[in-house]
Structures are given as structure tokens and as C-alpha cells.
Design a protein around this ligand. Structure first.
Ligand code: AMP
Length: 439
């Protein structure tokens, strides 16, 4: 019996050894993930967002209520299960509902007037897999709770754009829209239904159902014919209430001031029922058919809906796999995975005993190190050092032990220097070239 990862999932593995001929897709290379997540965490610190970690499963009802019964995500894509104890739980399909559940449960609004949270974690959706679409995918997300103005909207959008810029993804389009308030949206939905009604016979079954249950969701359609039929549908932005209109105008003004280019997209509703006012999506041609890298929006009624005090909020979720795919497609240079400082090569049993201690000593001195554990020949040990991207191979034989030294071979120049064991850490640091190797 051979097992493989479940359908439409992937494994993230150590970076391929240095010099490997077989490339590894970036989404399967953990060094790429570390690098990307590091950039996201740095940005969050810079913008004063703090990490939240919530369970990967929550009460099923939470997602139905927050995301919306008639959204594709809840109606077709959730992983629902009943526990042995009889609780109905769902693997989280997105990050906002759990973060807000925790915000309400722990009364975080009491601690700060504005709570700024970030997370990196997996989401689960039972989708038909294709490039850039998986059944388990990761999102880097933020939620800013307690502020309702367009200034924080501009901040949230700016973080998302800064993330892509720092990664080196340059071919980006920011799409922007406003869904207004529940009331203005209701007026819009009326107009949308009136527009769609005569076209229903030509629309997909999905959209005919949406027309009945939740007409706004017709705009989520991916059927090409539906999209054609909806091309001249009324625009949400023509139905905004005066406050939502002013909010959008000011946000546009702020974005321009920050030098953030955007395109208005009056059909951008995104697949969740909780959005109010600002919605946005960032797209790139470098992710293929799935052009959305990430998106988000404002959800001013959601905290209250989940049992908290009335609290405005806005957030986003950026797909990590799609960012990695975009980088790989665009051929953006990213840092080499870090190697180790030293790989110890013992020649004989006495040397092996000495290396066990030496290895421990190096690690205590905060120098990343490894050694040969297989008793291979010199050539094979040096090859191993190369694969591990070691900066130095430290060769130890009987004569070195007698004299209390090691031969330090610079793996780039192949030059060999004899250094005393007593000063090994300082000497390796003194030889230099360690900056990009293990710290
Ligand atoms: P959403 O939560 O649907 O707004 O999605 C936000 C971002 O997460 C998308 O723009 C994608 O980058 C990513 N994403 C959503 N669903 C998937 C999926 N099934 N596989 C990979 N990435 C996804």
C-alpha cells in the first residue's frame, strides 16, 4: 500500500539540495515559505498588527452565520463533521470568522480602542483543484477592528500592496468597489433583480438559484455566459448612500495620495455576505486563470452579528500559494535558502568522538553546524557539505586531534586553513563569509 497526499493538496518540503538538477515548485519548498512569511511578519510589526492564532475548526454555525448560508463557500465547499461527542464543527474556510469570534469571546475591544490582528494559517475548501486552487490553502491575513473611517481602509490596502512590492511582485492590479450599507445594497439588489429577470432563461442554473436566494451572489458567477449577460448590469456604486459615497471618495483620495494605483470595479462583490462598503481585490496575470492574489473588505456589522458590541472592521486574506506561483512565473529572484556554517568531517573513530563535542561547542556558540553520521569517504562528506550549502567543511583526522586543530575548508574557494580547536568559533567568524550562512 502506497499513500500520497490527499487530492488537491501538496507537501511543503525542505529546499532541494544545492546543485540539484530537479527544480522544486516554489509552493513545495519550505525555504520560500519562511522567506515570504518573514516578510509578512515584518510588515505587520511595522504597521503595528499583532498575531492571533485560532483553532483550524470552529462551530459550524459560526461560518454559516458569518460567511452566509447561500455563498458558494458555505453551500458547497466547507468540510463539516460531527465529533464523537456530537458537536458540529467545520474546518475553517477563511480566517475572519474565527478571528472575530475570538475578539468577541475575549472582549479584546476593552484592551484597546483599535485592535489590529494578523494571522498566517491554513483554510479548507472542498473545491475542484487546478493550478492555484487547492483544498487546503494558506492565507496571510489581517483584521483591524474598532475604526470605521477610510483612513484605516487605506492602511489595510497599503499593507497588502507593500507585501507584494517587498516580495518583488510588480505586475499587480488593485480593484476597488464599495458595497454600501445593508440598506443601500438592498436597493441595489432590487435593481439587479429587475435587470436579471428577463435574462434568467439564458443564465446558468447556479445564477437562477442565486436570483431566488441571494441575488447579489449572481455577481460571483464564473460562467462566461452569465458574465456576458451581467456586463451591463447596474453598478453598485450608483446606488450608494451619501455616507458610503463620501467614504469611497475619501478612500480614493487617500490611495492616490499614497501613490497606490487602483481601478474601480463595480461588480467586485467577493464571495462573502459580510462585506459592507469597501471591498478590494489584488490581481496578477502571473497566477494564470486564478488571477486573484488576495482581497478583502470592510464588514461593519459582523462583530455585532457574532454577539459583540457594534464594531466596525476591515481585513484581507492573501493567498500564499498564489503569491509563490506569481513569483515563480515572473522569475523574481529571491534569496538562496540559508546554509549552515560548518559541516564536520571526521576521519576515524577518535575524530568522530572529537567531532561530537566540537559540534556541540559550535552550536552553543550559535553557529549552525552538522556532521557526517554515516562514516563515508572524504569525497562523499564534502559532497554532503556542498548539498547543505555549508560555508566550511571542518576536517578532523588523528593528526589534527594530536595537535588540537581542524582543517577548515572554504567550500567556495576550496582553500584550506588550519585553525586551533580552542578558538574555533572566533576563528570561523574571523574567516568571514558567514553573513548569509547560518547565524
Ligand atoms: P478569499 O478568502 O476567497 O477572499 O480568498 C483570498 C485569497 O486566498 C484568494 O485571492 C487566493 O489567493 C487565496 N485562495 C482562496 N481560495 C483558494 C484555494 N482554494 N486555493 C488556493 N488559494 C486560494
Amino acid at each position: 500500500m502506497r499513500y500520497s497526499a490527499p487530492k488537491y493538496t501538496y507537501d511543503v518540503l525542505p529546499a532541494p539540495p544545492s546543485g540539484a538538477t530537479q527544480a522544486r515548485p516554489w509552493i513545495e519548498d519550505s525555504s520560500r515559505w519562511h522567506w515570504l512569511e518573514g516578510i509578512f511578519r515584518e510588515l505587520c510589526a511595522l504597521y503595528s498588527y499583532e498575531e492571533i492564532r485560532t483553532p483550524v475548526f470552529e462551530a459550524t454555525d459560526l461560518f454559516h452565520r458569518a460567511v452566509g448560508e447561500s455563498t458558494d463557500i458555505v453551500s458547497k465547499e466547507t468540510y463539516d463533521f460531527t465529533t464523537r461527542g456530537g458537536d458540529d464543527l467545520t474546518l475553517r474556510p477563511e480566517g475572519t470568522a474565527g478571528a472575530l469570534r475570538a475578539y468577541v469571546q475575549h472582549r479584546l475591544h476593552i484592551e484597546r480602542p483599535v485592535t489590529k490582528l494578523y494571522y498566517i494559517g491554513p483554510n479548507f475548501r472542498y473545491e475542484r483543484g487546478q493550478a492555484g486552487r487547492y483544498r487546503q490553502h494558506y492565507q496571510a491575513g489581517i483584521e483591524a477592528l474598532g475604526a470605521g473611517g477610510p483612513d484605516i481602509d487605506a492602511e489595510v490596502i497599503a499593507i497588502a500592496m507593500a507585501f507584494y512590492t517587498r516580495l518583488g511582485i510588480t505586475r499587480l492590479t488593485l480593484k476597488l468597489n464599495s458595497l454600501g450599507t445593508a440598506e443601500s445594497r438592498a436597493r441595489y439588489v432590487e435593481a439587479l433583480r429587475a435587470y436579471a429577470e428577463p435574462l434568467l432563461p439564458e443564465m446558468s442554473e447556479d445564477n437562477r438559484r442565486r436570483y431566488q436566494t441571494n441575488a447579489l451572489r449572481m455577481l460571483d458567477t464564473k460562467h462566461p455566459r452569465d458574465l456576458e449577460l451581467l456586463a451591463d448590469a447596474p453598478a453598485l456604486t450608483d446606488y450608494l448612500d451619501p455616507e458610503s459615497r463620501a467614504h469611497l471618495d475619501t478612500l480614493q483620495h487617500y490611495l492616490s495620495g499614497l501613490g497606490i494605483a487602483y481601478e474601480m470595479d463595480p461588480r467586485l462583490v467577493r464571495g462573502f455576505d459580510y462585506y459592507t462598503r469597501t471591498t478590494f481585490e489584488i490581481q496578477s496575470p502571473d497566477v494564470g486563470a486564478q488571477s486573484a492574489l488576495g482581497g478583502g473588505g470592510r464588514y461593519d456589522g459582523l462583530v455585532e452579528q457574532l454577539g459583540g458590541p457594534p464594531t466596525p472592521g476591515i481585513g484581507f486574506g492573501l493567498g500564499i500559494e498564489r503569491a509563490l506561483i506569481a513569483l515563480e512565473t515572473a522569475g523574481v529572484p529571491v534569496p538562496e535558502p540559508p546554509g549552515i556554517v560548518a559541516f564536520l568531517c571526521p576521519l576515524g573513530d577518535a575524530a568522530r568522538a572529537a567531532c561530537v563535542n566540537l559540534l556541540s561547542h559550535l552550536r552553543s556558540a550559535n553557529l549552525a553546524a552538522d556532521m557526517d553520521y554515516t562514516g563515508r569517504k572524504m569525497k562523499a562528506m564534502l559532497e554532503q557539505a556542498d548539498k547543505l550549502r555549508a560555508r566550511y567543511a571542518l576536517i578532523v583526522g588523528d593528526s589534527e586531534i594530536e595537535r588540537g586543530v581542524v582543517q577548515a575548508r572554504d567550500m567556495r574557494t576550496t582553500q584550506q586553513t588550519e585553525i586551533p580547536v580552542a578558538h574555533i568559533a572566533e576563528s570561523l567568524r574571523g574567516l568571514g563569509g558567514l553573513s548569509e550562512a547560518g547565524r
